[in-house]
Design a protein around this ligand. Structure first.
Ligand SMILES: [Zn+2]
Length: 128
C-alpha cells in the first residue's frame, strides 16, 4: 500500500493543482491518467492534461489501447521478418525453407497492418 502512495505526489499539492485547473476554465473528464489514475482535465486550448504529469497521451477506449499494442507488436514482427530474410539471403547455403517462412510472416504481418491502418486509404503514387 505504501508503495503506491510513495509514487504519488503530496495530496494537498494535487488538490491545489486541480483547483487551479478548474479555476482556469478546464473541465474535469471521466478519463483517468494512465500513469497515476487521477482524473484528466481538458484545457480551454483543447489539450488534455493530468494535474500531476502535465500533458498526456489520451487513449480513448480500451479497444483503441489494444489496437495500439497489437500494432506495435506487428511492427516489431515486420522488422524481425525483414532482418531474417536479409540473413537468409546472405547465407544461401541454408536453402529456401527459412526464407519462405519469413516471407510468409512478412506478408501476413503487412496484410494485417494495412487492414488495421484503414483499408479505405487510397494509395499515393498510384495515380498515373
Ligand atoms: Zn498522471
Amino acid at each position: 500500500m505504501s508503495l503506491s502512495e510513495r509514487r504519488r505526489p503530496e495530496g494537498q499539492d494535487v488538490v491545489k493543482k486541480m483547483a487551479d485547473l478548474l479555476r482556469a476554465g478546464a473541465a474535469m473528464l471521466s478519463e483517468r491518467c494512465p500513469i497515476c489514475g487521477l482524473p484528466l482535465f481538458r484545457l480551454k486550448s483543447g489539450e488534455v492534461v493530468c494535474p500531476v504529469h502535465g500533458r498526456v497521451y489520451i487513449v480513448k477506449t480500451e479497444s483503441e489501447a489494444t489496437r495500439i499494442t497489437v500494432q506495435g507488436v506487428l511492427e516489431n514482427l515486420e522488422r524481425v521478418a525483414a532482418e531474417e530474410i536479409a540473413k537468409a539471403l546472405e547465407k544461401r547455403d541454408q536453402g529456401l525453407d527459412g526464407l519462405v517462412k519469413w516471407l510468409d510472416v512478412l506478408e501476413r504481418t503487412e496484410r494485417i497492418l494495412s487492414i488495421m491502418q484503414g483499408s479505405g486509404k487510397t494509395r499515393e503514387g498510384e495515380k498515373d
